[in-house]
Design a protein around this ligand. Structure first.
Ligand SMILES: C[S@@+](CC[C@H](N)C(=O)[O-])C[C@H]1O[C@@H](n2cnc3c(N)ncnc32)[C@H](O)[C@@H]1O
Ligand code: SF4
Length: 458
């Protein structure tokens, strides 16, 4: 694919990320534990029937200064014990409301660094999940791991517990960049580690890179991409560095370093897309890539991709997400519920025999239609207006009215060959998929161009 920098320059204006619709910033605190229980019961009769589980382990042995995740430094063993006991209690509490006939098709462990705590805790929580729920035989059990603490024996243990997917945070291969972000390098050779994981039948192996970090240059990022191609992981994520010092003040500790300019960041992204496309990787979403034989690439071809807060997945393994642990966000068909973010507040709530919901959101039927339209566009780049309207019990005319879609809103995208539009269908071209957020906003009735509210595409 020949990608022009001009395309990104032209369309690099602030639009929502659409990690969810409505975005997490619109969750409200009036949504409480009782509302969540009510929503769990409703979710038993909603689509999809499948269950996805997210477990948040908010601990890290060392905090990277660039990090934007909800993490805390590893505290005492006692604290970990207490936290894990709360996660177990929360699982049992929520599980009592879930229809036992439903199948778990996905379990994702994120953080923080789930592999920074003793794996006996992971084993314990997985055993509880297995006793509370029925698992599909094709269930994907995935963990985000830091390679700084991962040993070959840990891979053995994870395989034995039932894990079959691993994602490793690389961020950058250059030691000076890792030092600048206060991050430890991988403990073992990454190529050997990946080979070992493949031998142990792990699939969908993913490596994360971040562009826009201090001391990176276009050339050094090109080396990262070349190195990652040589490693041949199944999947690659290249995230744009998010600078959010109000959330993580530690990012200010990197202020004295030279950061890449926005122009350099753009070149890094274009380099990643071009090199990876030339070397057998499919663009899955703007910052995700998968080898052509990977499930995600196959699902993309078959228009069966889906996305949730945990990233891209296939419609086969997609489920409504029930999240456990501090800050976890449950994503049910008709609602969101987010747990208390601070570890101590979360523990306090669970230990006093309550759930730990801090805020949430109940979607109207119209919002569900808008959400599914935006998701379908962001993942699969195609909409048949009549079909999606009917799936949600609306007419074509109602669909147009609810989404406030108007062909004029995307006339410039059509003229640039990024979108094909007829009376009945909209198709985003492969090049258009790189700026698909700019297409999605045309179906978001609440979207207004407010420069400071959203991040730019890159
Ligand atoms: C929970 S971490 C992955 C697991 C493990 N903690 C690690 O660092 O290896 C999630 C990923 O989010 C990405 N990330 C974290 N902070 C970010 C930021 N400020 N901007 C962009 N991406 C970020 C990184 O690529 C990181 O690998
Ligand atoms: S990037 Fe990973 S290891 Fe580093 S602080 Fe964030 S969650 Fe922890």
């Amino acid at each position: 694919m020949n990608i022009s920098e001009k395309l990104f320059q032209k369309y690099n204006f602030p639009v929502p990320r659409y990690t969810s619709y409505p975005p997490a910033t619109s969750f409200y605190t009036g949504f409480d534990n009782a509302n969540f229980v009510e929503q769990i019961k409703i979710s038993n009769n909603s689509q999809t029937e499948n269950i996805s589980i997210y477990i948040h382990i908010p601990f890290c042995t060392q905090r990277c200064h660039f990090c934007g995740c909800n993490t805390a430094l590893y505290q005492s063993d006692e604290k970990i014990n207490q936290y894990v006991a709360c996660v177990v209690k929360e699982i049992r509490n929520v599980a009592q409301y879930i229809d036992k006939k439903r199948l778990v098709t996905q379990v994702s462990w994120g953080g923080g660094t789930p592999n920074s705590i003793d794996l006996k805790y992971i084993r314990n929580i997985m055993a509880v999940l297995k006793s509370e729920f029925q698992f599909a035989d094709f269930a994907e059990i995935a963990m985000e791991c830091s390679p700084a603490y991962l040993d070959f024996e840990d891979v053995d243990v994870l395989a034995e517990i039932g894990f079959n997917r691993i994602s490793l945070g690389i961020q950058d291969f250059h030691l000076e960049v890792l030092n600048a972000i206060n991050r430890l390098p991988p403990k073992h050779d990454v190529a050997q580690m990946l080979r070992y994981m493949k031998e142990k039948e792990f699939r969908g192996l993913n490596l994360d890179l971040v562009y826009g970090l201090p001391l990176q240059s276009v050339e050094s990022f090109r080396e990262n991409i070349q190195q990652i191609i040589a490693l041949q992981p199944d999947r690659i994520a290249t995230f744009s560095y998010a600078h959010i010092p109000w959330f993580n003040p530690a990012q200010k500790l990197m202020d004295h370093h030279r950061f890449p300019t926005p122009e350099e960041k753009l070149k890094m992204l274009v380099t990643a897309i071009e090199l990876l496309s030339e070397n057998g990787y499919e663009v899955i979403g703007m910052d995700h890539f998968a080898r052509q034989d990977d499930d995600l690439a196959i699902a993309k071809t078959n228009k069966m991709l889906h996305r949730n807060f945990q990233g891209y997945n296939t419609k086969k393994t997609t489920g409504q997400v029930y999240a456990f642990g501090a800050s976890g966000i449950s994503q049910l068909d008709g609602s969101f519920a987010q747990n208390l973010k601070q570890i101590d507040h979360y523990i306090q709530a669970i230990e006093s025999n309550q759930l730990a919901v801090e805020r949430g959101y109940v979607l109207t039927g119209e919002e569900i239609l808008i959400r599914d339209t935006i998701n379908q566009l962001m993942c699969n780049g195609t909409i048949n207006f009549e079909q999606i309207a009917q799936q949600h019990n609306y007419s074509y005319e109602e669909f147009m009215k609810i989404t406030k879609f108007d062909a004029a809103k995307i006339a410039h995208l059509v003229a640039d060959g990024l979108v094909e539009l007829t009376q009945t269908d909209l198709n985003v071209t492969p090049k258009g998929m790189l700026i698909v957020r700019n297409v999605a906003v045309a179906f978001d009735p609440k979207f207004e161009i407010t420069k400071n509210k959203f991040s730019t595409t890159i």
